[in-house]
Design a protein around this ligand. Structure first.
Ligand code: MG
Length: 398
């Protein structure tokens, strides 16, 4: 049964609204409408062919950015329901939170950030906001998806000060503001942030073991996982059989996920009872309230450190990410050298900005670089590889 919306939840009837005013929808709340716009966007569909940790073509069973986003939405919604937060807003933020990711996961993002070093850098959270605010071309009257303030606030998880100042100039009192005022976002946004962490910690164990890069033996050093493996074995001794490894893995992960969810619910409830925010505006002025308890926070930190060392820095993962970086760097150089290699609408953006910048020659290279970065960031893994082969004649990662 649904909890009634708590006073500190985001209420769609009190939304701070959209950048371009639109009449309300007859049958949907403003956050349901945001969620639907995200599901129908091009950037969302592309998540199916974007890497989470393993490259998209390495196996059909590994998480992609799409399935990751669905898992974040599922975890987030079930916590939101229990705490009386707005499930629709949580779902909208969760489904959109990774739309700004480049192909090839963090390797792609790091490479693109290096390429953009002299032009303001590249950061995937800011890019997710750029996608929903500017890059989606679906409406006759405006660029982007014209989402509500609350969804956009949740998408912009981090923001360096310089970029926050730029956002503030463009939209005074808008989504950049909280980074200047050192405020928090809504509880729904805070929840998505933590649900993201819970989701990837669990699914990276799963994908790591199924890829053969991690073993159940190695995982015994991770207390958070091993206590549930031992608990499962105590209840189902037959799972000690080597043929039952998968069931043991899934049951241990399921228990670990549940315990993290219950921990967040208990710790956040206690924090809400202590802080008693009367509405979302009060939430924004307080310390973060959606949280793990101290023991789980430490255990989760240890698990993250383990995954970094044993999985993300595994020689096989490092080898593929090294190649992915070459693909991104060479694509960037090729498009910057020859704008005509990009589709016409990207060339057009460079020409248009060039006209507007006449007399400010210094800014023109920055505009071209940003357009190239937007084009590359939008690519799926496989499209980036095909383009790289077309432009350089080299076949990497295939
Ligand atoms: Mg994520």
């Amino acid at each position: 049964m649904n909890m009634p919306l708590a006073p500190y939840a985001c209420d769609p009837a009190k939304s701070r609204g959209r950048r371009f005013a639109q009449a309300p929808a007859p049958t949907r709340t403003e956050y349901q409408r945001d969620r639907d716009r995200i599901v129908h966007s091009t950037a969302f569909r592309r998540l199916v062919y974007k890497t989470q940790v393993f490259l998209n073509h390495e196996g059909d069973l590994f998480r992609t950015r799409l399935t990751h986003s669905l898992e974040v939405a599922q975890l987030g919604r079930s916590v939101a329901r229990t705490l009386g937060l707005n499930e629709d807003l949580v779902e909208a933020i969760a489904l959109a939170h990774d739309v700004g990711h480049t192909p090839f996961g963090h390797a792609g993002q790091d490479a693109l950030n290096d390429c953009m070093a002299n032009f303001g850098g590249f950061e995937h959270n800011l890019q997710s906001l750029r996608v929903v605010d500017h890059l989606e071309e679906r409406y006759p009257e405006f660029d982007g998806l014209n989402l509500t303030f609350e969804t956009r606030e949740g998408i912009l998880k981090h923001c360096p000060r310089r970029q926050a100042e730029a956002l503030e100039r463009d939209e005074p009192g808008g989504v950049g503001r909280r980074f200047l005022d050192r405020q928090q976002p809504s509880l729904e946004a805070q929840l998505c942030n933590l649900a993201d962490e819970i989701a990837y910690n669990a699914h990276d164990i799963d994908d790591g073991v199924r890829s053969g890069l991690l073993t159940l033996e190695q995982l015994q050093e991770v207390a958070l996982f091993d206590q549930y493996r031992l608990q499962t074995l105590a209840e189902f001794p037959q799972l000690a059989d080597a043929h039952q490894g998968r069931r043991l893995l899934y049951e241990s992960i399921r228990r670990m996920l549940s315990s993290q969810v219950y921990d967040v619910i208990a710790a956040t409830r206690a924090a809400l009872e202590a802080a008693r925010p009367h509405d979302v505006q009060a939430v924004r002025g307080m310390a973060p309230l959606v949280q793990f308890g101290p023991v789980m926070r430490e255990q989760s930190r240890t698990l993250k450190a383990f995954l970094l060392q044993q999985l993300y820095r595994h020689p096989q993962v490092v080898h593929t990410t090294g190649q992915a970086q070459v693909v991104v760097q060479e694509l960037f150089a090729a498009y910057l050298r020859c704008h005509n290699e990009m589709p016409q609408r990207y060339q057009h953006r460079i020409l248009q900005a060039g006209g507007a910048l006449a007399g400010h020659e210094g800014d023109a290279p920055g505009v071209a670089a940003r357009v190239v970065a937007d084009y590359i960031a939008g690519m799926t893994d496989r499209f980036a590889l095909r383009e790289h082969e077309r432009l350089t004649g080299k076949r990497l990662l295939t």
